[in-house]
Ligand binder design. Sequence first.
Ligand code: AMP
Length: 191
Amino acid sequence: MRLIIMGPPGAGKGTQARFIAEHFGIPAISTGDIFRANVSQGTPLGVEAKKYMDAGEYVPDEVTNLMVRNRIDEDDAVSGFLLDGYPRTLAQVEELDGMINFTGHRLDAVVVLTVDQDEIVQRLLQRAEVEGRADDTEDVVRRRQEVYLEQTSPLIEVYKSRDLVHEVDGMGEVDEVTARIFAALDVVPQS
Ligand code: AMP
């Protein structure tokens, strides 16, 4: 199973990604989490990525693509993966196509979480307080939404043209959203 979860920053992708990945027995690969781990360990990748993350901008494609390529080459991702936060640009879509085609597999589905913009900003500001993320100040939150609209939302049309998109209402309780995602992916609920 090869899946992507998309949606604006704060849509709850990370939380839902964990449930989906667990269900399918595949790793949830979050580029944001990998970058943050590198930042906190002070690796050269982290030092490079931090400049962009703190400003709410995207890390350059070459850096991000190489990181994802290395990650999905790892053993646990051989039978599939769920990508959270990648691809985010058209160039990343092409790169991912190449990576998946190379292994003779295909992308199975793209889950797109739809949410209310105002509620998202509230969620992110709340998360800033709880987690103290440097990229969750109000200006940066706004910039991240803009960058998503400009650079990432066009990807939805690309995947729609391939008939891969499942749009799911991301508003409401976490378990309600999970149930909607599973219904969209035709996962039969377990009693
Ligand atoms: P996230 O936790 O997914 O919102 O990612 C946090 C930050 O990491 C983003 O605002 C970007 O600066 C960077 N980042 C994560 N994924 C990507 C990506 N696919 N392309 C470029 N930058 C990314």
